[in-house]
Design a protein around this ligand. Structure first.
Ligand code: NOJ
Ligand code: CA
Length: 690
């Protein structure tokens, strides 16, 4: 019997099989090599593979895939694509253990530890064109970008497509606003499955069925087209750059690089809000000595125009009169506001200004607005005028006046300007040589360049910026800290006249998890007359307590008290707006669920006070909070501005209770939020005997 003895034939086949396996493994690793980096805490892994010369990156979290291998590469006009036939010809590891300090922000000290790798990807064919793929893994997410260095066979280029993909692993719920629609970023966020999304703006927020939260965005958008995301397969998103009018996506010359493509990752919704990945991927401060950059609160001749009480245009209801500006300045001085915004001060508003922005004049004032007098009056009272440049989206015409307009404001001591670009999506007029005009998108490279030019010019004139109808926030405030805040969302103004009767209660519990992940938002909270007696179709869809809570929840270094000053007279709740700071030492997010509720707790940067804002959608909620962030052993007075038990955003929005309570780090607070409501608290340390 030879039952137990292997035959010669089977030994031979086994050896052959082993040899084949070894050859295959060896061959594959040569053919499909891979590179890997882990985040400093070891939880995130980024892998780059070259599959027959085609580069892909992948991302995993605690060993499980988050992004399956996804393509990278460029399609050019007038030269072959750079997306295959590549080899890695050099690699450079780098890592950083560091923190840095923000001049102003949600917190003073930012942790910036990362592990990095740069791969040189070079064509194996004669052209030998190449790019550097720079990867960074932080504990809260990843960033990668491509640099096209100076080289013999790649000089001027026209990018027709950036082929960056995001092939997502698992089932996701998505929160998004559509891209390429006429009203720029001013849409309500939608919640759908990933498989149902359209072409969307970033930041795009995703929650996987297992609870992992992701935000896909970009950092340091500089001289490039902004990235939108087009769904190109059930779970695949494709980078879709906003084109120039001729279809080219990016015009450039080597050396040049893409913005960072970013994926923020957190086990819960709160972690998205506290992530500083976007800032970490921006260049350091270029204005380190700028003592003229000052976060602050402001009021303005503004809401009255939105409710129809005043007009921007000249005539008997003209809002921006010398007398009104002076009385607003008095109010600001009395209540400690840094600035007074005046809109409608200059010629250009009497036409259909959204289509005729060229007619705006930024160096002349209306006859009933004495600019010199008003700025002098403000200066004497320690208040600054916030100048206004509405461009009607006529960016080129604005640039022609920019230097003169900024110089005028600088001379008069106007150290902040709110700009505006109301217009339709593709209506930025770009003059062409033969007298023709091309129409550009708001978010293409042409406008990215424009918005940056204005930031840099403003910095030269020592002026801070609040940009409405902006390019999206990608963290450039780190490099240009005079770029204070921006809109780029449906702000409070929609409550005065917007369709759907304004912003629904869930809007403000979506913004912290979507738009605000890019950076500060000038939402303009603080409306006290919620029911707008003259606008029967509109109202502010919150309780009064929620308006207060928004000052803490929606971060902005310039924060407006948006209502008319007369609506704040004799209102005890106004004290919270007077007290609340705009610059923070630290930020915590104890409660968070996308689109449902959020509580944010922040410590003032200039005092030992803490502040809390908690808001909900149309569902009332009771949340408990341990005050263990307070200094142990210290008593605090909690000044609580809460929805009254009968409050409800629809039926009883003004019912507010103000209560002072003594608390400590041992206290557990119960926050009762009415439907559409909120709560705001100031925690002030008590000295002995107080
Ligand atoms: C839209 C801005 O968002 C708003 O704040 C401003 O009042 C108007 N444009 C007019 O410039
Ligand atoms: Ca707007």
């Amino acid at each position: 019997m030879n039952g137990n003895r292997p035959s010669l034939f089977s030994i031979g086949s086994l050896l052959a099989l082993l040899a084949m396996l070894a050859w295959l493994l060896y061959g594959c690793s040569l053919w499909n090599p891979s590179w890997e980096i882990d985040s400093p805490d070891g939880k995130l892994t980024v892998t780059v593979t070259l599959d027959d010369g085609i580069p892909r990156y992948a991302l995993s979290h605690q060993g499980a895939p988050v992004i399956h291998p996804s393509r990278l590469g460029f399609v050019f006009r007038d030269q072959p694509s750079l997306n295959g036939d590549l080899a890695v010809t050099s690699e450079q590891a780098d890592s950083q253990v560091e923190s840095w300090e923000q001049p102003w922000g949600e917190e003073r000290v930012i942790e910036a530890d990362y592990t990095g790798l740069t791969l040189k990807l070079e064509e194996r064919s004669q052209l030998r064109r190449h790019f550097f793929l720079e990867l960074r893994a932080y504990n809260d997410g990843i960033g990668f970008r491509c640099e096209l260095p100076e080289q013999a066979n790649l000089n001027d280029f026209l990018i027709m497509d950036e082929q960056t993909e995001f092939v997502l692993a698992g089932e996701h719920t998505a929160w998004w606003i559509p891209a390429f629609w006429w009203n720029r970023y001013e849409y309500l966020y939608r919640e759908t499955s990933l498989a149902e999304i359209d072409t969307v703006h970033t930041p795009l927020t995703l929650r996987r069925n297992d609870g992992l939260h992701l935000s896909i965005h970009e950092a340091a958008l500089t001289d490039y087209a902004s990235m939108t995301l087009r769904r190109s397969g059930r779970d695949t998103l494709q980078c879709e750059l906003v084109p120039w009018s001729d279809g080219v996506k990016v015009r450039g010359k080597t050396p040049h690089h893409t913005p960072w493509r970013t994926v923020t990752i957190s086990a819960d919704a709160a972690g998205l809000v506290t992530s500083r990945l976007i800032l970490n991927l921006n260049e350091p401060n270029r204005l380190p000595a700028a003592d003229w950059i000052k976060p602050g609160k402001y009021i303005g001749i503004w809401w009255g125009m939105h409710t129809g009480e005043y007009s921007w245009s000249s005539g008997e209801n003209h809002g921006a009169t010398t007398a009104r500006a002076c009385s607003y300045i008095d109010f600001a001085a009395e209540h400690g506001f840094q600035g007074v915004l005046v809109e409608g001060w200059n010629p250009g508003w009497d036409n259909d200004w959204t289509r005729n922005g060229e007619l705006f004049d930024f160096t002349q004032a209306h006859p009933d607005f004495d600019l010199e007098l008003v700025t002098a009056y403000a200066g004497e009272r320690g208040v600054g005028l916030i100048g206004h440049h509405e461009t009607g989206a006529a960016a080129v015409a604005y640039e022609q006046q920019l230097e003169e307009a900024l110089a005028l404001y600088e001379r008069l001591g106007v150290n902040t300007i709110k700009t505006g670009y109301v217009g339709w999506e593709q209506n930025i007029k770009r003059p062409l040589p033969e007298g023709e005009v091309a129409l550009e998108w708001h978010h293409g490279q042409f406008m990215v360049r424009h918005y940056r030019r204005v930031v840099e010019a403003a910095a030269r004139h020592r002026i801070m910026l609040d940009v409405h109808e902006p390019i999206k926030a990608t963290g450039i405030r780190r490099t240009w800290p005079n770029m204070m805040t921006r809109e780029g969302a449906r702000g409070q103004e929609f409550n005065a006249w917007g369709p759907e009767g304004g912003n629904p209660p869930e809007h403000t519990v979506l913004l912290p998890f979507t738009r605000l992940l890019g950076g500060p938002l000038d939402f303009t909270p603080g409306i006290f007359e919620l029911l707008l007696p003259d606008n029967p179709d509109n109202r502010v869809n919150t309780t009064l307590a929620k308006q207060l809570a928004l000052y803490v929840v929606i971060y902005s270094p310039l924060q407006m008290a948006a209502d008319l000053p007369e609506h704040y007279e004799n209102q005890p709740a106004f004290k919270f707006i007077e007290d609340v700071p705009v610059d923070w030492e630290t930020t915590l997010v104890p409660h968070a669920r996308v689109g449902e509720y959020i509580t944010i707790v922040r410590q003032d940067r200039n005092s030992p006070d803490w502040y809390l804002g908690s808001i909900t959608d149309s569902t009332g909620r009771t949340l408990t909070l341990a005050l263990d962030f307070l200094e142990p052993g210290q008593e605090y007075r909690a000044e609580i501005y809460a929805d009254a038990p009968t409050a409800d955003w629809q039926e009883n929005p003004l019912a507010l209770e103000i209560e002072n309570r003594s608390v400590s780090s041992e206290t557990e607070l119960t926050l009762v939020l009415a439907p559409g409501g909120g709560q705001a608290i100031r925690f002030h340390p008590l000295s002995i005997g107080e």
